[in-house]
Write a protein that binds this ligand. Structure first.
Ligand code: IFM
Length: 454
């Protein structure tokens, strides 16, 4: 049985986000976010489901982090809910909201769990949405205020900070495809949003570092690499466009390469940038390229691209791979995709340090006999991706840690509660938590700092 030993000090964690688990959407001074508005709009989410209650983590966090500790989890990546802390943006703090995260951080540290904070995992106060949301440059200053308020309060104890989760989702999925809040379908708005997300990241980093001198700060883009179906020019071109749209548009500016010229030309030719990059102001690109301490990699699957590409027709698995297995999101299990991305981030972009900030799979296995949940496919998924990570580390890629998405089943955005990504099962009727087999398996991996592959 091959045994893959991980480096000493490798960080083993789990991840969640506020709106997906907290619930308590209108308690203790929290105002609505644009996701509350979206999810409360008929037709936007599966079965009209929303995050009003979710996993009720706002009230149950002590038991949740006790469970993490009992499994041996070393680090917990969670996000703060902006409208809980600054209900109308700006700097007017809702103390009860900030206190909540203060207690959570203390509770984690008491149990020896290292907190990794994500500042923005898609919850914009509705008031800021009404000011124009991410396509409006004004939002950037509001985000920097959030970074300042949170890092001033928690920076004495929290060392690891992530500015944004998945800028592609905040911009494209939300403003061009329209599947996420605010549900727009407007290319220019999406590209403006992308720029403001990146700019706000660059401006927030020195603020966090000033408030928390020990801090390491990064960002967690989603990486879904594209592979051509065949070696024909059309398929190669389709893969290049997907890569530009999904990866390079975000990664290139972060690493000082400006927006990729081929994609600017493509977007202009399509009429998506009628006035070019007029929303980019002097110094913006240098600010965005402020060196990060680490890059967070969110990776689940890949795309196989072919022929004439239309980025308006959003499809998962446009070219299904007959030899692969798929999760219940219809996402191909493709561990080589993560391996390739890790090598690329190291050898091409020269990322200083990498955390896998999300990796996981949706399978609906629930309790069958008694309380046991035999989610064997999830264990196999993790084994295959971790083997790829281990191989990349062997190539010299500086991967410092791994976060399972997700600690527990939760609200999967427009898909409501239909997708279960957790290593802990949540019975939404009773809010009972049941660790799945994968949770115990993960605990063993952590304890031994190694992976045994059967
Ligand atoms: O649930 C999401 C998470 O919020 C962001 N990354 C992908 C996950 C699964 O879709």
């Amino acid at each position: 049985m091959p045994v893959l030993q991980f480096p000493e000090n490798f960080v083993w964690g789990v991840a969640t986000s506020a709106y997906q688990i907290e619930g308590a959407w209108d308690e203790d001074g929290r105002s609505p976010s644009h996701w509350d508005t979206f999810a409360h709009t008929p037709g936007k989410t599966r079965n009209g489901e929303n995050g009003d209650v979710a996993c009720d983590h706002y009230h149950r966090w002590p038991e949740d982090i006790a469970l993490m500790a009992s499994l041996g989890i070393q680090a917990y990546r969670f996000s703060v809910s902006w409208p809980r802390i600054l209900p109308t943006g700006g700097r007017k703090v809702n103390e009860a909201g900030l206190d909540y995260y203060d207690k959570l951080v203390d509770g984690l540290l008491e149990r020896g769990i290292r907190p990794f904070i994500t500042l923005y995992h898609w919850e914009l106060p509705q008031t800021l949405q009404e000011l124009g949301g991410w396509p409006a440059r004004e939002v950037v200053d509001h985000f920097v205020a959030l970074a300042d308020v949170v890092s001033r309060r928690l920076g004495d104890r929290v060392k690891d900070w992530i500015t944004h989760n998945e800028p592609w989702c905040t911009s494209m999925l939300s403003h061009q495809i329209g599947l996420h809040a605010p549900g727009w379908q407007n290319w220019l708005a999406a590209l403006r949003a992308a720029h403001h997300v990146l700019l706000s990241h660059g401006l927030a980093m020195p603020v966090i570092r000033a408030n928390a001198p020990q801090a390491e700060v990064g960002i967690a883009p989603n990486y879904e690499p594209a592979y051509p179906l065949t070696r024909t020019e059309a398929d190669l071109n389709a893969a290049r466009i997907w890569d530009g749209y999904y990866i390079r548009w975000f990664n290139d500016p972060l690493f000082g390469r400006h927006y990729p010229a081929d994609m600017v030309a493509y977007y202009e030719a399509q009429g998506y940038l009628p006035d070019g990059l007029d929303f980019v102001q002097a110094n913006d690109m240098a600010t965005i390229a402020t060196p990060v301490d680490f890059i967070g990699v969110n990776n689940y699957t890949r795309q196989i691209m072919s022929g004439e590409i239309s980025l308006d027709q959003f499809q998962t698995a446009a070219n299904p791979n007959p030899n692969a297995s798929y999760t219940e999101m219809n996402w191909e299990v493709y561990p080589n995709g993560l391996y390739d991305i890790l090598n690329r981030l190291h050898f091409d972009y020269q990322a200083p340090k990498i955390y896998i900030t999300e990796n996981g799979c949706s399978y609906s296995d629930g309790p069958s006999s008694g309380s046991r949940i035999a989610d064997t496919r999830r264990i196999e998924y993790f084994q295959s991706y971790l083997a790829g990570i281990h191989k990349a580390i062997g190539n010299g890629v500086p991967v410092a840690g791994y976060f399972v998405w997700s600690f527990m089943d939760n609200f999967e955005w427009s898909l409501g509660y239909s997708q279960r990504f957790g290593i802990v099962y949540v019975d939404y009727e009773t809010q009972q938590r049941l660790p799945k087999d994968s949770a115990f398996w993960y605990g063993d991996v952590i304890r031994q700092n190694r992976l045994e592959i059967e």
